[in-house]
Design a protein around this ligand. Structure first.
Ligand SMILES: N[C@@H](CCC(=O)N[C@@H](CS)C(=O)NCC(=O)O)C(=O)O
Length: 210
């Protein structure tokens, strides 16, 4: 499989973790979101992905898939073992609610194009930072209450953790105060010792700046 990815893209990071947890090999094809106005905006990439965002995954069958939730679900269904979800239906829904909270209600509000839109509207840089901190803190308050108090988000590693670690990376990058989130920080400490999370980390990618 080929993964169109950018080292510090949180959506790409999710897919890299999912691939790692499932022990799947892939070739990383970096797409630089910053250089030359963004390679993701150029015609060659848009011909592959009409939305012009990362990640995108080319399956072994040659199909091009976009949107990290769809890609992760594809991986889960195509390669069910090890699973990212527990067997119990309610427990599965608990993983998915954290994934949706992060993927739908936090990350889109600090995506590159959204922040650039704020800047285009002449919002001052400190207000942009306050905007990011507001949405991350509000979302993390809910995640903190939803996840358990030992182990990964819900005990053993799973889908919720696949979404949480990249969001934490982004929160740190934007200097969001995380002191009020002890459960979230516990999960981070555990995951940052797990080989699949380490291999997927933005600091360990082929396109990570030296
Ligand atoms: N919902 C999409 C979001 C994809 C997305 O927004 N990716 C970001 C990087 S994390 C991107 O390509 N941004 C480019 C831009 O906004 O111009 C997913 O989960 O795959």
């Amino acid at each position: 499989m080929d993964l169109y990815t950018y080292y510090r893209s949180t959506s790409s990071y999710r897919v890299r973790i999912a691939l790692g947890l499932k022990g799947l090999d892939y070739q990383a094809l970096p797409v630089n979101l910053i250089a030359n106005g963004g390679e993701h905006r150029q015609a060659a990439y848009r011909a592959l992905n009409p939305q012009g965002r990362v990640p995108a995954l080319r399956t072994d069958g040659g199909e091009l898939l976009i949107q990290s939730p769809a890609i992760i679900e594809y991986l889960e269904e195509a390669f069910p073992n090890p699973s990212l979800l527990p067997g119990d239906l309610v427990a599965r829904a608990r993983h998915r609610q954290v994934a949706a909270l992060i993927g739908c209600d936090i990350h889109p509000l600090h995506n590159v194009s959204v922040l650039n839109r704020l800047r285009h509207l002449k919002v001052a840089e400190e207000e942009v930072s306050a905007w990011i901190a507001h949405w991350v803190s509000e979302g993390f308050s809910a995640v903190e209450a939803l996840i358990g108090d030992e182990g990964y988000c819900f005990g053993t590693v799973g889908l919720a953790d696949v979404y949480l670690l990249p969001q934490l990376y982004a929160a740190r990058r934007f200097s969001v105060d995380l002191a009020g989130f002890p459960n979230i920080l516990r999960v981070e400490r555990l995951a940052l010792e797990h080989p699949a999370f380490l291999a997927a980390h933005p600091d360990a990618q082929p396109d990570t700046p030296a």
